[in-house]
Design a protein around this ligand. Structure first.
Ligand code: COA
Length: 440
């Protein structure tokens, strides 16, 4: 079957790709018209002498309680990357230049399919009130995408303030995450014979190693730099506890205690929960049960496909909370995860890892190519005789990077093919749902 047959199999995918391209063109045309003749818009890395203006825009874009000094620090000392990762949009009007927007494009590495993949993390997108609605933010994100492409990053991800805004730029939502609100009483009896002790400075290498082993099994966990680890270690209310079996460390938990005022309610936010086995992670939760006299509730964020969710399922996690006539037992909250965008489908497929081999003839938004997976890595070839599967670009991003199950994506019309081909592709391309403990 040649490429044309493949195309004719997915008319809906073709139409939606065409619509998306059309919308992008119209958007660009609209912003060009707005700016044409009156203003110009350019982009450059931020400079130290931009800081006052950046703080001004930031304060209006994110009007929380932070003061100017904290906002300055926020720009200069982000643990995810240097100040050089901050880019500004500059509007020129009548010979005068004015910064009208800012955004970080961090160069990060995230695990996908057991391999660390170079990705961009987009954050702190803000536009001055007087420049809004003219395409500045869209153009700034486009600019970051161009940097990502030219720097060899194969994907970008971000935590959206509104998904619709970034969906227009080609981002697709990874599956939602679950924030369990655990009543401490429900964690009784989980502790086993393993020893748990407070981690100290000498344990840093062990913590790095345990985190790395865990992160490799997940989708979206970051390769933590020294700077990022330092952020975790220097947090004033963060504590690390190691689990040891027969004297060997097999897991750790890190958490923050939160109390808004003296004598107020104390909550515990789990940050890292790492174990060589599910039993290790459960034993660490059992250890937290020891804080029941102080802590009212534990917040534990899990990917929706994390087996821990099932392992904890029958423990009356909402003990001491009441339900309503409609919801008898609320276990927590379902929250949006990040959104993902691929710089190039082929480069993204080649950059990640795979657990199973396979041979496919893929099409992404109608563009066909062969794809061969062997020994954990994938390679794009001109054509192959493998299973034929057609994706939309967003569908591929959702499945191959977001951890959205392929068969569910098929039900949404994001991917099409014969049932056998879809099952074969799901076996090779599916990864766990994206979840990272380092949010920005
Ligand atoms: C969000 C923000 C960056 C947009 O900047 P901007 O330069 O006005 O954005 P653009 O001009 O590129 O895009 C504006 C378009 O996005 C749409 N948009 C804005 N907010 C949106 C939302 N919450 N959901 C969906 N679309 C939205 C606008 O309706 C407009 O659409 P139109 O072109 O069809 O009229 C700006 O409003 C801002 O700084 N907000 C406060 C900070 C913030 O929330 N930042 C995002 C952090 S992730």
């Amino acid at each position: 079957m040649g490429p044309n047959r493949l195309r004719s199999k997915g008319p809906n995918l073709w139409r939606s790709a065409k619509r998306a391209r059309c919308a992008l063109f119209l958007r660009k045309l609209a912003s060009y018209r707005t700016l044409r003749g009156v203003t110009t818009l350019s982009f450059r890395p931020a400079r130290a002498d931009d800081l006052e203006r950046l703080v001004e825009i930031h304060s209006l874009a994110f009007p929380d309680a932070r003061g100017a000094e904290e906002r300055r620090r926020n720009f200069l000392a982000k643990p995810f990357g240097p100040f050089a990762d901050l880019h500004v949009a500059v509007r020129g009007r009548g010979g005068r230049e004015d910064i009208v927007g800012h955004a970080f494009g961090f160069g990060l590495s995230a695990f996908v399919g057991g391999v660390a993949v170079p990705v961009m993390g987009v954050a702190t997108v803000g536009v001055a009130p007087e420049a809004r609605g003219g395409g500045v933010a869209s153009a700034l994100v486009d600019h970051l995408h161009a940097i990502a492409r030219s720097s060899g990053m194969v994907a970008s991800f971000l935590y959206p303030f509104r998904q619709g805004f970034y969906a227009r730029m080609g981002y697709v939502a990874a599956p939602p995450v679950v924030h369990l609100a655990l009543a401490l009483a429900s964690l009784s009896g989980l502790r086993d014979e393993a020893a748990v002790r407070r981690a100290n400075g000498d344990d840093r290498a062990v913590l790095h190693q345990l985190y790395g082993l865990h992160a490799r099994q997940t989708t979206g966990m970051l390769v933590r730099t020294e700077r990022l680890w330092q952020m975790h270690f220097s947090h004033e209310r963060r504590a690390f506890f190691l689990l040891e079996r027969a004297g060997a460390p097999t897991g750790y938990v890190s958490f923050s205690l939160e109390q808004s005022e003296p004598h107020g309610e104390t909550r515990l936010d789990v940050v890292d929960l790492v174990g060589a086995t599910l039993g290790d992670r459960l034993a660490l939760l059992g250890f937290l049960h020891g804080l029941r006299d102080q802590v009212s509730e534990v917040d534990l964020c899990l990917a929706t496909d994390d087996p821990l969710l099932v392992a904890l399922g029958d423990r009356d996690l909402d003990r001491r909370r009441f339900g309503t006539s409609r919801v008898e037992h609320a276990l927590g909250a379902l929250a949006t995860g990040p959104m993902v965008w691929l710089a190039s489908p082929q480069a993204a497929l080649e950059a990640r890892g795979y657990r199973y081999d396979g041979v496919f003839q893929l099409a992404v938004d109608g563009a066909p190519f062969g794809f061969v997976v062997e020994g954990g890595r994938g390679r794009v070839v001109a054509e192959s005789a493998g299973a034929r599967v057609a994706f939309t670009a967003r569908g591929l991003a959702a499945v191959a990077y977001g951890g959205f199950p392929l068969l569910r994506a098929a039900a949404l019309g994001w991917v099409s093919g014969d049932p056998d081909a879809l099952y074969a592709a799901a076996r090779v391309l599916d990864v766990p749902a994206w979840n990272t403990w380092d949010r920005f």
